[in-house]
Write a protein that binds this ligand. Structure first.
Ligand code: ADP
Ligand code: MG
Length: 701
């Protein structure tokens, strides 16, 4: 790798002050290509580098004897000695450079791939240091770091922060830029938190923290700096929550109170009696709706706990009070299903319902829009499009948001922004661990449905390794006997290099598209193969996100009625699809899915009185996840486990909050910092004002 320009001291003439909000192109060593790469890291101006947080530090190892290095085989070893022998082998454009290094105690080999120029730099007889991990037998280094007399490795005990990297920018280069900028700019960063508070919390002031983060003297300095930056994230978050709460306090939503007899009559319309948990939640919703202060309630309940009925209950009360209701779902499939499933209930209550989706004809859409604007239509179901700019409501009183965690951060923010004077009921089947709930939803009241409706059969989960024939026989027998089977195909036959859909960052539309179309191809391939199998005798349908909504609904209806007994699907059925007769689910390529998603999919069965089975086909890499699912079906336990296995980064859109907060997982668990942030914001108007300026309410999670 060619040495980058920052390795050399910057000549005095070139040394100019870095402008905080200038161009990154003014930084040493940054040309157009690196500027573009920096942009991918979210860095547009030099100042942004200050908050490009290193994930951890590396402490330089002391030099050990070669004999000891070979014996101990530590994760990271460093040796020093003389080069005894070198060789370079070329294979077309590829090459391997090898050297043998010896000290008084022994000798060891090192290999370097595709760095032929090393041959000229590392010559026999030269004294060098090598640092890296050992592998193979006899143990050798693979592409270790090299220290020479001109470019020595860091002195033992030196700490080096490890910065994020992207294609075209090494972590080391990013680190150097950050250090450069931190030394020049950190001192001009304001510290809004009073000194005595910092002392109490035992964290350094922000300028010092930013310097120590990028150029720490030792590990302790780095850790303290991290805590100050974690506090920064907490302060930003708590400010947004406080702003949101303040706006809600000033909001005035429609008062939707119904006398006891009316409520009793409405309860009669449901085809079942509420469970005790539902009755409790229903009362909480009634109390919220009877006030002018807009409801902000998060309803958590495991899959199948009966959340839909709670959304319907809120909607009936709001419509009964003359308000309009929008019932949102993250997918058209689910929105459709809610509409079909609840239409009758609302009709019995004398409430008209409509459905707004992207796939309506222009004329039908205009009709619904006109009825919403005039107030003629009291209840509308739809995806978030039903809440977009061009949809006007005459008297919107309530928004019910099902599977709220599936909506993007921005969409949720939009909802809160536009709905200041609207009651909001958020529903989620992915329980939010307490720490996260505090972090993200500190301004929401929460309800929990901790009980399932009676008469549910047990669900047995099994991770199937090998012996697929046996399983296929079992499935055939059951389906012959009348059972209904979901066969889920997230994607098959794809290489390791392809990110799963969940990993695709927002904005990477093209990639997302590719992933989606591969899923469809995979599902189609599985469908074709199952058509050749004995399962075909009882009918097989295929659904995925790429077919017209009406076609999808028709196929789902055939599965629901039992006209076909096997439904091959992409993960489009993950949320909300409710067919109580289904007792079997196969999830292929299950290693591609996260714990929460697998739990959701499994929730498609076990909705009737019969015993159900969930069969996971997946690679060993996801063993831990599969074992968790085999062990428990408690959604809260699974959510905690998910948090442990994945860290905070993926949950709740943390990444959108800080520039790169993944390395700061622990901060979420540091409740002390959250409480400190809450207190600082309420006790110090200057702190509040500072962070309020930075908070963009439209991007509130
Ligand atoms: P989720 O909480 O996953 O959204 P649903 O609202 O889809 O669950 O409910 C799952 C199933 O349980 C539905 O078929 C629904 O009709 C049924 N259900 C809900 N509440 C009750 C109840 N109190 N008694 C019997 N069945 C119920
Ligand atoms: Mg649901």
């Amino acid at each position: 790798m060619a040495p980058d320009r920052l390795d050399r001291p910057i000549p005095r003439a070139q040394r100019q002050r870095t402008e905080p909000s200038g161009s990154v192109r003014d930084l040493p060593g940054v040309g157009p290509a690196r500027a573009a790469a920096l942009e991918r890291l979210g860095v547009r101006e030099p100042r942004d580098l200050l908050r490009l947080l290193p994930l951890r530090v590396e402490v330089a190892e002391p030099v050990v004897d070669v004999a000891d290095a070979i014996r101990v085989r530590a994760a990271l070893v460093r040796v020093a000695g003389q080069i005894e022998r070198t060789s370079l082998a070329r294979f077309g454009r590829r090459s391997i450079f090898r050297l043998r290094l010896a000290d008084a105690t022994g000798a060891i080999e090192a290999r370097f791939h595709n760095q032929p120029w090393l041959q000229r730099q590392l010559v026999v007889g030269a004294h060098v240091e090598l640092s890296g991990s050992l592998s193979g037998s006899p143990p050798g280094f693979a592409s270790p770091r090299i220290g020479t007399a001109e470019r020595p490795l860091a002195e033992a005990g030196t700490v080096t922060p490890l910065h994020p990297s992207v294609a075209g920018l090494s972590s080391e280069f990013v680190g150097k830029l950050c250090r450069h900028v931190a030394l020049e700019l950190a001192d001009s960063e304001p510290e809004p938190v009073p000194a005595e508070e910092l002392l109490r919390l035992d964290v350094p002031a922000l300028p010092r923290a930013l310097r120590d983060l990028h150029a720490p003297a030792d590990e302790r300095a780095f850790e303290s700096a991290r805590r100050r930056l974690a506090l920064e994230l907490c302060l930003e978050l708590q400010t947004r929550i406080a702003l949101r709460r303040a706006r809600v306090e000033q909001g005035a939503a429609r008062i939707c109170a119904a006398p006891a007899e009316r409520r009793a009559a409405l309860r009669e319309l449901f085809p079942f009696a509420f469970t005790a948990a539902q009755a409790r939640v229903a009362r909480e919703i009634e109390r919220d709706l009877a006030r002018a202060r807009p409801m902000r309630r998060l309803l958590q309940g495991d899959v199948g706990s009966g959340k839909t009925a709670m959304g319907a209950w809120a909607a009936l009360l709001a419509a009964g009070a003359g308000g309009q209701v929008v019932f949102l779902a993250p997918t058209e499939l689910l929105a459709e299903q809610h509409h079909l499933g609840l239409r009758e209930l609302f009709e019995r209550a004398g409430v008209r319902t409509g459905y707004l989706s992207g796939s309506l004809t222009a004329r039908a859409r205009r009709g619904v829009l006109a009825d919403l604007a005039s107030g003629a239509l009291p209840v509308v179901f739809g995806t978030h499009a039903a809440f977009s700019r061009d949809v006007r409501y005459a008297r919107l009183a309530l928004a019910v948001v099902d599977e709220q965690h599936r909506f993007g951060v921005a969409q949720r923010g939009e909802l809160f922004d536009k709905g200041v004077d609207v009651h909001v009921l958020l529903m989620s089947a992915t329980p939010i661990p307490r720490t996260l709930a505090l972090a993200w939803y500190g301004d929401l009241d929460t309800s929990v449905l901790d009980q399932k409706p009676p008469g549910r059969g047990p669900v047995t989960t099994r991770w199937v390794r090998g012996a697929r024939d046996e399983v296929e026989n079992l499935l055939r027998e059951r389906v012959q006997g009348g059972a209904r089977l979901y066969w889920v195909v997230p994607r098959i036959g794809a290489g390791e290099d392809e990110a799963s859909a969940a990993d695709v960052p927002a904005g990477a539309r093209g990639e997302r598209e590719t992933v989606a179309s591969r899923r469809v191809e995979s599902a189609e391939a599985r469908y074709a193969r199952l058509l050749e199998s004995p399962l075909a005798a009882h009918g097989i349908e295929l659904v995925h996100g790429r077919m017209p909504a009406s076609e999808r609904a028709a196929r789902l209806a055939r599965f629901r009625s039992g006209a076909v007994r096997t439904l091959v699907a992409t993960t489009v059925i993950e949320v909300g699809v409710d067919v109580p007769e289904a007792t079997l689910i196969v999830i292929e390529g299950a290693e591609r899915l996260g714990l929460a998603q697998l739990h959701q999919l499994r929730g498609r069965v076990g909705r009737g009185p019969e015993a159900s089975h969930c069969l996971l086909f997946g690679a060993d890499s996801a063993r831990r996840r599969f074992q968790t699912l085999e062990r428990t079906s408690d959604g809260f336990e699974i959510a905690e486990e998910d948090l442990r296995q994945r860290g905070m980064g993926d949950l709740g859109g943390v990444r959108q909050a800080g520039a790169n907060a993944e390395g700061f997982e622990e901060w979420g668990h540091d409740l002390a910092l959250f409480h400190a942030a809450q207190r600082l914001i309420s006790d110090h108007p200057a702190v509040r004002a500072h962070y309020a300026l930075r908070a963009r309410p439209d991007h509130v999670p």
